[in-house]
Design a protein around this ligand. Structure first.
Ligand code: GMT
Length: 396
């Protein structure tokens, strides 16, 4: 298949999923075309079977807000035509599903049908989509998509309820490449940890885009309580709006020697396996991809019982779950695990098993391939919307 993919290419879970999906699909022999304003950050640009098409956005002074959505629609239609795309897969409803809809209509007018699949990731529904100004158009684009998937059962239910969606939404959970996100050998791990911690010290890690929804400041509060009882270091991977608030707490508490702000990192698969525990105290996670990536590296999470997280983490088995803001309880749980290596080891093994048995890319990618085939079959049997099914000539 020739598959177009559009996503937010900068740091964020939906961009990561879209990019990893493109890489996996290309490895399965499909031709993948990314269409975005910059190259997705996990792509090297040298992958076999992957092509990147930049969307130039006009900065004409008249436009206080450059119309990216239109530029994207226009470029998508061009790429679909020139490279004969079979299907387009857009990640994050806003604005991508609307641009896809426009591109589909433009192509239909030229007698070509480009079915598109929208994957819902989380804040496109829970935050952005519920802003009244975006709601009607998001609702419309979801209903008009040729296929819609959501990354968790929770997000599917929330979308149906809050957007009053009547169409089918297929749940295809996020995935991790279990051959790329792997635990290190004991010797390798021991040696690489020395960069951040002494041999008798523990390592905790947090990975996010430091948006308020991630509660990075809670991460620091939890760590500050842990380090009072267990010698440890905290690796903070990522960057974003709440970084300076987190830095301020670190300095106020005088733990700056123990907290390492690593900024945005490309190879998180090299950092995650160094840790003993992941901290993910988010206000909301529709899935919690960072926790899954850590689990694949044999690192369980102390997380919040929100959104789709319980679909991934079973409390007490492959991680721990707590109410939002429960920093004391989360710190106590971390201390208990760090002081009980056997308990932590059992949980780490279960975490890796969960990743391998339920969320490994080898299990999830075929679900996307089958879903594309179903969408294409449906489109071939008389495309879904009037505009797409009955192409109109440019002059009509
Ligand atoms: O909200 C974010 O931090 C980023 C956002 C995104 O779309 O980039 O993440 C969402 O998608 C991820 C990948 O599917 C999920 O793992 C995250 O749980 C989800 N975030 C929220 O629901 C808050």
């Amino acid at each position: 298949m020739k598959i177009g993919i559009t996503c937010h290419p900068t740091y964020g879970g939906s961009g990561v999923v879209a990019t990893e999906l493109g890489i996996e699909l290309a490895a399965c022999g499909h031709q993948v075309h990314f269409i975005t304003y910059s190259q997705p950050f996990r792509l090297t640009g040298r992958e076999q079977g992957i092509f990147y098409h930049e969307v130039p956005v006009s900065n004409y002074p008249l436009f206080e807000y450059p119309p990216y959505d239109l530029a994207l629609a226009s470029r998508t239609a061009e790429v679909a035509e020139y490279y004969e795309l079979d299907i387009l897969h857009v990640h994050y409803a806003i604005p991508h599903s609307v641009s896809a809809l426009l591109a589909r209509q433009m192509l239909a007018a030229r007698g070509r049908h480009l079915p598109f699949v929208t994957t819902l990731h989380g804040t496109d529904i829970t935050l952005v989509g519920l802003d009244r100004s975006y709601l009607p158009i998001t609702q419309f684009a979801i209903e008009e998509s040729d296929g819609v998937t959501s990354i968790s059962q929770y997000l599917r239910e929330r979308t149906v309820k809050e957007f009053k969606i009547k169409r089918d939404i297929e749940v295809i959970p996020n995935f991790v490449n279990c051959d790329f996100y792997v635990p290190l050998t004991d010797e390798d791990r021991r040696q690489k940890r020395t960069r951040y911690a002494a041999p008798d010290e523990k390592i905790l890690i947090h990975l996010s885009n430091f948006r308020p929804v991630k509660r990075v400041t809670d991460t620091v509060e939890i760590f500050a309580r842990v380090v009072e009882k267990v010698p440890a270091h905290l690796l903070l991977v990522g960057d974003g709006p709440d970084r300076s608030a987190a830095e301020w707490i670190v300095h106020k508490k005088g733990i700056q020697e123990r907290v390492h702000f690593l900024g945005k990192q490309d190879s998180v698969n090299e950092l995650l396996p160094l840790a003993d525990l992941m901290l993910m105290p988010s206000e909301l996670e529709s899935f919690g991809l960072a926790a899954l990536e850590a689990m694949a590296c044999r690192v369980p999470s102390i997380a919040t019982q929100v959104g789709g997280v319980p679909e991934l983490i079973e409390d007490g088995v492959n991680g721990r779950l707590f109410p939002v803001g429960g920093v004391d309880a989360m710190a106590a749980a971390a201390v208990e695990l760090l002081r009980n290596p056997d308990q932590l080891d059992t949980m780490a093994t279960a975490a890796r098993q969960t990743a391998q048995q339920r969320f490994c890319s080898t299990k999830i990618i075929p679900k996307y391939e089958q879903y594309y085939e179903r969408v294409l079959e449906r489109a071939g049997n008389g495309a879904k919307t009037g505009a797409a099914a009955e192409p109109v000539s440019p002059s009509s």
